[in-house]
Design a protein around this ligand. Sequence first.
Ligand code: ATP
Length: 296
Amino acid sequence: MSILTVENLSKSYGRIQALKNVSFSVPEGTVFGILGPNGSGKTTTLGTICDILKPTSGTYRLFGEPASAENRRRIGTLLETPNFYHYLSGIKNLEIAAEIKQHGKEDIDHVLETVDLTKRKDSKFSTYSLGMKQRLAIASCLLGSPSVLIFDEPTNGLDPVGIAEIRELMKKLYREGKTIIMASHLLDEVEKVCTDVAILKRGELIVSGKVNEILSNEDMVEVSAKDHAKLVSVLNSMEEKTRIIDENNLVKVFFPVGKADLSAVNSYCFYNGVVLNHLTLKKQSLEARFFELTNN
Ligand code: ATP
């Protein structure tokens, strides 16, 4: 099931067009990264989905339905650091958050355990490290046991230990079956934490899909032919490739960086009795993709 489907979303702030016809879909049970440099429209995308901003045009659906107060209750969001009381303990702050969100207090112990703050639950918030503050913010998102979590740059401003803890926590929540949608400007972070990605550049979607297809350090050639079964068998025997992905009427063929040679693929198929009707170099290396992203 698609948790979130964004269709032709556009958002302008006066003359600034922050999002231009952006469309993507977030499958259930994924860690979906929205990746892009500063100003590419990540926060605007999340703000729109969370109903903080109104889109100029376009729509989105939650859990396959129009967004409603009811389906929003299945989503926990962390777009900016919440205002916790510095002089109160972690647990007291969560009790207040539970009351504000009209959730019961019964899952407070569980969320504290999940974010590994049980031992420090009675310490004042002011004594927490930045990483612990962020983990408390995530604990607050987990109240009411939402199945989907939305985080904007969850590791921003943290030291390496804090960053590692939050990334581990993301992976743990993913293993527990949560769908996580997170914005990040770090390619490395998306590669380490996310299963799926949508890459934005100046408000436009460059590409979206599985991280291991889009950001892998390989070149990819997309081919198709009338005789699909024969094409798959011929490509399987091609020595230069690293792997293939068989997708209904398309085959994605991966090569080490710089080794994808379209004419070599074409002639190999032809000499083995398969006439291609589609042949494209779909993806260049990770470095090339990164350059494309950051080179303005
Ligand atoms: P960052 O990583 O810096 O937060 P981002 O990818 O989240 O960037 P947005 O914050 O969505 O990007 O901004 C997209 C564009 O919209 C930028 O050009 C930004 O300056 C502009 N923008 C965002 N909010 C406003 C606003 N309230 N008024 C005017 N322009 C805005």
